[in-house]
Design a protein around this ligand. Structure first.
Ligand SMILES: Cc1ncc(COP(=O)(O)O)c(C=O)c1O
Length: 387
């Protein structure tokens, strides 16, 4: 029999998150690999979803999202960033940010179009681009500063460029793109008439300063698809409630894909999402405060143990160089950490197209209970600095 997997998908294998989580379970390792909290989301959000189930909201929702949820998303953008979106025509509720990213790429790209990605990238970007028959053009972010070469970015834009995907705060590096960097990306988008797909799922996890949505920059609202979700902000990664906010022509492109990908998203969870988005400022402050303390604890301990810890300005990930332990390959080191030390981490080289990039550090997720982080550190004590 011929191989059953299509050529389009054959190169991707299993996502590293599923693979490392499986390996962590097999070896009883503390899972600092996959970015999901090991604590639950807030009761006021869960209660709203439970009430919706009990009230009989068990049928398909509108394909574009529950009317109340589209309105709640629009008012959050207005309140948080002064960005006005029409709830009915400019907001689409999706199954997590992941679906919104996929829909956006399928919606705007034709076969042979090019899409600029920053590597290391969240792995669904590349898969989405390739499934659309488009071609990724990568620009590399390198530690410790994670800045990009402006010349390399300009060179990645050309006559076939259809879109760029920007993720700030950035997974896996913890980088927050500076105002200058965002302005440079915006300038190139305008100059080359390119759609900007921004993945802002960590918008509420910045440790200094405030998040700047790409759509707020001059000339960008009309060419940006702003994507976010409940997952990281409300510690509800399993709910898969996300959205895309964009001007009408771009929203129509997203919806053209969305109607055939999932059609609609879990109705009771959308009711829960309405409650989540009405949270007051105190909720977001507490979230940041809690994560800042976890970041500082883990960063301090990793440094003490001999890791070279890179700055993390946003997200709940820390990247750390491991050359002190005599390894020179992130995949080998991640396996060793999981199997022999009992702590799982992510090897970032899998988020690169360019061979050899991302091999010198690993990513730890600190979205875990304090006791989980303490247990991970206790196990990491077994690492020996090679001299
Ligand atoms: C950068 C980035 N985008 C999107 C997602 C997925 O978001 P969702 O769970 O809402 O699909 C993640 C999850 O780790 C992420 O890190």
């Amino acid at each position: 029999m011929r191989p059953v997997l299509s050529r389009r998908l054959a190169g991707f294998g299993t996502t590293i998150f599923a693979e490392m989580t499986r390996l962590a379970q097999e070896h009883g390792a503390v899972n600092l690999a996959q970015g999901f909290p090991d604590f639950d989301g807030p009761d006021f959000v869960k209660d709203a979803a439970i009430a919706a189930i009990r009230a009989g909201h068990g049928q398909y929702a509108r394909t574009i999202g529950l009317r109340e949820l589209n309105a709640a998303i629009a008012s959050r953008y207005a309140r948080d960033y002064g960005l006005e979106f029409a709830p009915e025509t400019e907001i689409t509720v999706t199954s997590g940010a992941t679906e919104a990213i996929f829909d956006a790429i399928q919606g705007v790209c034709d076969v042979g179009d090019e899409v600029v990605l920053f590597e290391p990238y969240y792995d669904s970007y590349r898969a989405g681009v390739c499934m659309a028959g488009a071609v990724p053009r990568v620009v590399t972010l390198r530690p410790p500063g994670w800045s990009f070469d402006a010349g390399a970015l300009a060179a990645a834009f050309g006559p076939r460029t259809r879109a760029i995907v920007v993720n700030s705060p950035h997974n896996p590096t913890g980088k927050v793109f500076s105002q200058e960097e965002l302005l440079e990306i915006a300038r190139l988008c305008r100059e080359h008439d390119v759609v900007c797909i921004t993945d802002e799922v960590y918008e509420h996890l910045l440790y200094d300063g405030r998040h700047v949505p790409m759509a707020t920059l001059p000339g960008m609202r009309e060419r940006t698809i702003t994507i976010s979700s409940l997952a990281k902000t409300f510690s509800l990664t399993g709910w898969k409630i996300g959205w895309a906010a964009a001007p009408e022509p771009l929203s129509e492109a997203v919806r053209a894909a969305h109607q055939f990908v999932t059609f609609a998203v879990a109705t009771p969870l959308q009711h829960g999402a309405v409650a989540a988005l009405s949270a007051d400022g105190g909720y977001f402050d507490d979230l940041r405060k809690g994560y800042r303390a976890k970041r500082d604890y883990l960063a301090g301990e990793l440094s003490r143990l001999g890791f070279e810890v890179y700055p993390c300005a946003g997200t709940y990930f820390l990247c750390a160089g491991f050359s002190a332990f005599g390894f020179d390959d992130d995949v080998a080191f991640s396996r060793y950490l999981t199997e022999s030390i009992g702590v799982a981490a992510i090897p970032p080289s899998v988020f690169h197209d360019t061979r050899g990039e991302g091999r010198t550090y690993v990513r730890f997720a600190f979205c875990k209970k304090d006791e989980t982080l303490r247990e991970a550190v206790a196990r990491l004590e077994k690492l020996c600095v090679s001299r």
